[in-house]
Design a protein around this ligand. Structure first.
Ligand code: SAM
Length: 201
């Protein structure tokens, strides 16, 4: 699927395809606070904002997305690849910021839980509530939830200078399922401003 303009605002004021790129400092915060396996699938890669940070930090990333974007940050993003129906790639972990609509984050997590030893989903903090996610969290509780104590911006116009990445309107967290951790439902708090110095200028 080719999009002429990924920024069209639809009638509900959601950007088409739910394209909200992840602030680089959010990925850096994950890297600093988890033991991420070497091989990763980014199944909703968009323009590659998460993938680029992971690659820069030495991880091997297979990036895919249902849609294609003109000005991607990395090459080799496989497009027309729907995470709901595709074959699951043979890697160790999944890291992404999926679309929030239609409960897609839950659908992705449930598709991936058996196969992967590590799943990290960047999502609104409110993902942890709601009746339809009760069974997910009760039956498959995450190992940990990393709450952003400072809100991050998911708008690429606010990524540089890098200090602008902090100060957003929406509270986010990383929801992490890590089979190498002997814990569930641990909540921790992270301060992304601690990691700005690890980013490129
Ligand atoms: C919130 S954006 C995040 C983009 C990227 N992960 C990042 O963090 O910068 C969600 C992405 O999911 C993609 N997407 C939507 N539905 C999808 C599907 N069924 N399978 C794969 N990707 C999908 C959109 O094209 C968009 O790039």
């Amino acid at each position: 699927l080719k999009l002429t303009d990924a920024y069209i605002i639809n009638s509900k004021n959601r950007k088409e395809n739910d394209f909200y790129p992840t602030a680089p400092v959010a990925t850096q915060s994950l890297i600093e606070n988890c033991n991420i396996p070497k091989t990763i699938w980014e199944p909703c890669a968009g323009k590659g904002h998460i993938s680029k940070e992971l690659i820069r930090n030495g991880f091997d990333v297979f990036s895919s997305d249902l849609f294609s974007y003109n000005d991607s940050l990395i090459s080799n993003i496989k497009t027309d690849y729907d995470f709901q129906t595709c074959d699951l790639p043979d890697v160790e972990g999944v890291i992404t910021n999926p679309p929030f609509k239609s409960n897609l984050p839950q659908k992705l997590i449930e598709r991936c839980l058996d196969k992967y030893s590590f799943i990290a989903i960047f999502c609104r903090l409110t993902f942890m509530e709601s009746g339809r996610r009760y069974n997910l969290f009760k039956n498959n509780p995450p190992s940990k939830i990393l709450v952003f104590s400072e809100r991050v911006n998911c708008d690429e116009k606010l990524f540089y200078p890098k200090e602008k990445q902090i100060g957003g309107m929406v509270a986010y967290a990383w929801f992490i399922w890590d089979k190498n951790l002997n814990e569930t439902n641990k909540i921790d708090w992270i301060k992304p401003s601690d990691y700005l110095n690890k980013l490129e200028n």
